[in-house]
Every structure is written in C-alpha cells, then in structure tokens.
Design a protein around this ligand. Structure first.
Ligand code: BTN
Length: 274
C-alpha cells in the first residue's frame, strides 16, 4: 500500500454497506470485497471471473492505481471518497443477452443518484453520467466468455464524490463531483454504495429476461445529447451532426449534415461539434 493510501482513513465499511443494502439486493450479493488500494476493480473481478467466481461478486476500492476508463483511457482514482465499484454477473445466454446492458446500468446509476436528491443528473451516450454539463461518473463493462457460450460481464462504475484538486489535474475533460454539485462535503460513501447496489443488482438479475427495452424510455428521459450539435469520433475519423437520440437497440442516431440519419454502435461523442 502506498503512503497516501495508508495515511488516509478508511471510508468504506463492509458492515455499514451490508446494513444499508435492501433485502433484495443483499440476496443478490455473493461476496463483497473492499480494498484499500488495488490496480483496478474491473481487472480484479475479470481475473476472478476466469477462475470461476460467482455471479454477484462485488469489489470496491478506496483507490485504484491503474483505474481503467473506456477506449483504453485511464480513470483517475485517488483516495478521498470517490466510488470505484465493480460487479461481476454471469449470463447463461451469452453475448447476445447483454446488448444494451451498459445503457441499463446508466439508468440504475441515475435512479440511485436521484434517490439521493441529486438533481439534474443525465446520461451521455453511451455510458457517461453527467451533471451541470460535466462528467460526474462513467461506466465500463468488460466481458469474458466464449463467443457461443455463457459469458461474464464486469460492470465497473467510477463516481466522483470528492475529487482532490491535485489529482484533478490529470483529468482531460470537464468534470464535477458530488461535493461541488451539492456543496455537501460529508457524503456517506457507504450509503451511496448501498444505494447503487440496490439499483444495479436487480437490473442485472432481470436483464436476460427483460433486456434493454425495459429501460429505453427512462434512458431517453435523461439523454443530455439529444438534439445537440455534436462530433462523433470513430477512431481518427470525426463525424459531425445533430444527435437524435438512440434507437431501440441503444445505438446513437446522428443526423448528418446531408440530412441522413445514421446509427452508430460505438464511438466517442463531444458536445457542440467541438
Ligand atoms: C469511463 O471511461 O467513463 C468509464 C470509467 C469506469 C471507471 C470504473 S472505476 C471502477 C472500475 N474499475 C476500473 O478500472 N474502471 C471502472
């Protein structure tokens, strides 16, 4: 453990999280591990998944030394109260059954934040959590399994609760945290984690049966890109247009300058065509 991690007081507490979980979510947790420091909670659970770890394994860390973001980026993960949470879930029907899962997970996070009375939270396709035009958190889903057999998904959530100013220098986009948004510095991370798990786990448990369809209306309600001028990056290629929401498969609909509407399964979007 680094000096920094060993000096800072532990925030996350297994007993407090367990006590705050609702009964249904508690029944879906197989194991819940808390690390003072780890490279990446997603990396850890993916490795465990390959060794046969059970569906419902949960991993939390107070600090990550190699936090992973989307598209190979890193996720700035200092200690000090931010949430770094991963959940492993197994899907008997394999990859086709998890199409759109990351969008449904975004809905789970919005539900949890709204339950905490955090207003103005929104979703930026595909799975950023936004508030006041800045990134508050992000989801990264990583998978393992055979192409035609069952698969395991690790749902990773990074949520900025209290980002120390010095560490924020490494973030390359507009960001915010719960402290800045609410003026409240004493967030109870254990309650936040329990509230998140209360909403994430039931959606995971039902997802094979219900699919993205059950969450589309809600996702669209919180879509902060819809009808905005935006740029979509596909690797080095940059397309501009107006975002027209998502289709029923969760693909981004971009109206291009010639008026054509095209659907995209992946890419990075930035506002205002910037
Ligand atoms: C993004 O790029 O927006 C996704 C960020 C996901 C970060 C979380 S923090 C917990 C989990 N462990 C990781 O290494 N990454 C995810």
């Amino acid at each position: 453990m680094s000096d920094l991690a060993s000096q800072s007081p532990a925030v996350l507490d297994w007993a407090k999280i367990n006590a705050a979980l609702d009964a249904h979510a508690a029944s879906l947790v197989a194991t819940l591990e808390i690390h003072r420091q780890i490279d990446s909670t997603n990396r850890y659970l993916l490795d465990l998944a390959r060794q046969g770890a059970r569906t419902g394994s949960v991993c939390l860390a107070e600090r990550q030394t190699a936090g992973r973001g989307r598209r190979g980026r890193s996720w700035v993960s200092p200690c000090g109260g931010n949430i770094y949470l991963s959940v492993l879930w197994r899907f008997a029907q394999g990859y086709p059954a998890i199409a759109g899962l990351s969008l449904a997970m975004g809905v789970a996070v919005i539900r949890a934040l709204r339950q905490q009375k955090i207003d103005g939270v929104a979703l930026k396709w595909p799975n950023d959590i936004y508030c006041a035009g800045k990134k508050l958190g992000g989801l990264l889903i990583e998978t393992s399994g055979e192409a035609d057999g069952p698969c395991a998904a690790v749902v990773g959530l990074g949520l900025n609760v209290r980002m120390p100013d010095g560490d924020a220098e490494d973030i390359d986009q507009a960001w915010t945290d719960l402290g800045k948004l609410t003026g409240q510095t004493a967030w109870d991370s254990n309650r936040l984690v329990a509230g998140l798990l209360d909403r994430i786990l039931p959606i995971l448990a039902d997802f094979e049966e219900r699919g993205l369809n059950a969450y589309l209306d809600e996702w669209r309600r919180y879509d902060c890109l819809k009808n905005r001028h935006a740029a979509l990056w596909l690797g080095a290629e940059r397309l501009t247009g107006i975002v027209r929401g998502i289709d029923d498969n969760g693909l981004l609909l971009l109206e291009q300058p010639d008026g054509q509407l095209k659907a995209f399964a992946s890419g990075d979007v930035s506002f205002n065509g910037a």
